[in-house]
Ligand binder design. Structure first.
Ligand SMILES: NC(=O)c1ccc[n+]([C@@H]2O[C@H](COP(=O)([O-])OP(=O)(O)OC[C@H]3O[C@@H](n4cnc5c(N)ncnc54)[C@H](OP(=O)(O)O)[C@@H]3O)[C@@H](O)[C@H]2O)c1
Length: 277
């Protein structure tokens, strides 16, 4: 009999890809039936999954009673939070705890948590505000600038979010072996100039990496948000995104998954066209 996999964030990138991957992977779809969680089952993404045989259930991470029903009968639960929707660490922690508590109370055997390193610990308390990193590209004089505050030799681990299912499949197929393990997911580490060169190669348009001075900003944000962005940039420049052991952990993760993860070049090709003015 197929076990039940409950996927939070089903209408989003990570959860949506996990569902797609599970539906299309013969071994996983034989092992699991899927329940997707959304606050709004009438959303097009939810309706589409429902039509593909996914049981879509309405629940809200902020509403514990709804979580109890959401995870009832689950063997495995995939939990992801969306920090930026409320931009509050306290709410994100409460949501994660509520999902984990509900999964444990429901007797789930496997809880997969979409996480990132604890930066405060990793940097010995130097950076206390990091949750998310964002990037932006700028366009000047017909050529294109990939403008970041990173150094030219800062290396960033990149993941194609469409590989989410591929990264989670080992834990779903072999829960005992991977119990308590962290999958640090990325295809590889890339520098800004390497990313820019790939854009140039794929699009034929000149893209170059430029480093903008730290502290330069065109936006005005609340102080707490500014602190988060400042520490996020400090993390990437001074400690590496996944910390000092990240590259070794990424290598281990790549050895566990089936097939290859998408490269930055494959991602850029798949997302064409770029730089439409
Ligand atoms: N993008 C990156 O480069 C990156 C890198 C590292 C980490 N992350 C982390 O990834 C997370 C976002 O993941 P994603 O990109 O897959 O998300 P996403 O595409 O923005 O989708 C968010 C999902 O969360 C669900 N959701 C949000 N609040 C909810 C609530 N209160 N109750 C129930 N469901 C709720 C939404 O469902 P409904 O709206 O349908 O209810 C939606 O399916 C963030 O925490 C971010 O920090 C992103």
């Amino acid at each position: 009999m197929r076990k039940l996999l409950t996927v939070f964030g089903a209408t989003g990138q990570q959860g949506g890809n996990l569902i797609d991957y599970t539906l299309s992977n013969p071994e996983l779809s034989r092992a699991y039936k899927i329940r997707g969680i959304t606050r709004d089952p009438s959303k097009p993404a939810a309706v589409e999954f429902q039509e593909r045989g996914v049981e879509m259930v309405k629940a809200d991470m902020d509403d514990e009673a709804s979580l109890k029903l959401a995870v009832a009968g689950s063997f495995a639960v995939f939990a992801v939070t969306n920090f930026w929707e409320k931009a509050s660490a306290a709410i994100e922690i409460a949501q994660g705890k509520a999902m984990a508590d509900a999964a444990v109370a429901a007797g789930a055997s496997l809880l997969i948590w979409s996480t990132l390193p604890n930066v405060t610990k990793m940097t010995d308390g130097t950076l206390t505000g990091v949750v998310q990193w964002d990037s932006k590209a700028d366009n000047i004089n017909g050529d294109f600038e990939f403008a970041q505050t990173w150094n030219a030799d800062t290396r960033i681990p990149l993941i194609d979010i469409k590989d989410t299912g591929k990264y989670l499949a080992p834990a779903l197929l072999n829960p005992k072996k991977y119990s308590g393990k962290i999958f640090t997911a990325a295809t590889a580490y890339y520098t800004g100039p390497e990313m820019a060169d790939t854009w140039t190669k794929v699009t034929g348009k000149k893209v170059r990496f430029v480093q903008i001075p730290g502290g330069t900003t065109k936006v005005s944000l609340p102080p707490e948000m500014m602190r988060i962005l400042k520490d996020s940039l400090g993390l990437i420049k001074d400690y590496e995104y996944y910390g000092p052991t990240g590259e070794r952990e990424v290598q281990w993760t790549l050895e566990q998954i089936e097939g290859k993860a998408s490269t930055w070049e494959e991602f850029v090709r798949a997302k064409e066209p770029w730089f439409e003015l």
